[in-house]
Ligand binder design. Structure first.
Ligand SMILES: NC(=O)c1ccc[n+]([C@@H]2O[C@H](COP(=O)([O-])OP(=O)(O)OC[C@H]3O[C@@H](n4cnc5c(N)ncnc54)[C@H](OP(=O)(O)O)[C@@H]3O)[C@@H](O)[C@H]2O)c1
Length: 256
């Protein structure tokens, strides 16, 4: 039995006091791009745009936000994160029993494929992310010293120092993955933005002002760049918190 979280839908089709699960019924990412998985990023920040509080994201979002995270995950084929987040906070990227059951009833794997993208740095292979029945893929950079991973994890070594986003998506596409939800962190998000590979952004604005120098949702990239204009597709409100969904068209090119 899951707790009921109440939300107002502000956009589109305004409606008050809905159950969050009901408000999200029928949610699916898309439309799907041709020839590669769709990529969405899901992040929570403070009002002033900070994505870390005391070194992790803990405390930025409410229980309703954590439920929303699972509802988003349940709609995706794969859920991924950078190794910085694994190192900072550990990872738990499953959907929970009720949503796993729902996915299984729809003929899908109970949990999305788990994805961690590491470069040359350490990967804590004793982290809980490596435990469990759901399949997992760990991407590592060419020079990473790691050679062995816990049973149930596929290890894919990139030809580059850091797995390049297009290369990662090709490997996932070969495995039948049509949609990837990235749950951070800011540095990995930045590399997907730089590669023009962010199709959707799910942004929770927590009702806090921090005033710190913590990382924002997307780590700053060097140099000037063209803005990417998004289309606002939905807005939910839960108490002081906003749940925003933006869609981005594929750009002809990106860069200065
Ligand atoms: N607010 C939120 O919603 C949210 C969500 C997630 C995380 N966070 C927070 O963000 C912080 C971690 O963020 P982060 O930016 O340091 O870590 P991250 O984005 O999770 O991981 C960055 C690491 O990923 C590896 N990597 C592999 N391929 C890469 C590529 N193409 N581009 C960039 N990195 C690549 C690199 O590992 P190597 O070092 O091995 O080269 C890099 O250091 C934590 O405090 C975490 O709690 C917040």
């Amino acid at each position: 039995m899951t707790a009921s979280h109440r939300v107002d839908r502000l956009w589109p089709d305004a409606a008050r006091d809905l159950d969050l699960d009901a408000a999200m019924a029928g949610f699916e990412p898309g439309p799907m791009p041709e020839g590669r998985p769709l990529v969405a990023i899901n992040m929570v920040t403070s009002i002033d745009g900070r994505a870390q509080l005391g070194g992790t994201a803990d405390g930025l979002g409410s229980r309703a936000d954590r439920r929303l995270m699972r509802l988003y995950r349940a709609a995706f084929d794969a859920v991924g994160s950078g190794s910085g987040t694994l190192r900072a906070a550990g990872l738990w990227m499953r959907v929970g029993d009720d949503l796993a059951e729902r996915r299984a009833g729809e003929g899908r794997a109970p949990n999305p494929l788990g994805v961690v993208i590491a470069g040359g740095g350490s990967v804590p292979v004793d982290a809980p992310w490596f435990i469990g029945d759901e399949p997992r893929v760990l991407f590592i950079g060419a020079g990473n010293a790691l050679t062995q991973v816990p049973l149930g994890t596929e290890l894919l070594r990139s030809p580059d120092e850091r797995p390049e986003p297009h290369w990662v998506l090709e490997r996932l596409h070969e495995r039948g993955i049509q949609s990837l939800l990235l749950e951070g962190g800011p540095r990995l998000n930045a590399s997907f933005l730089e590669a023009a590979l962010i199709d959707e952004v799910y942004w929770t604005v927590g009702a806090h002002l921090l005033g710190t120098d913590a990382l924002p949702m997307i780590a700053p990239l060097p140099g000037a760049r063209k803005p990417r204009h998004g289309h606002l597709s939905s807005v939910l409100r839960h108490e002081g918190e906003l749940f925003l969904r933006y869609r981005f068209e594929a750009p002809a090119s990106i860069g200065p």
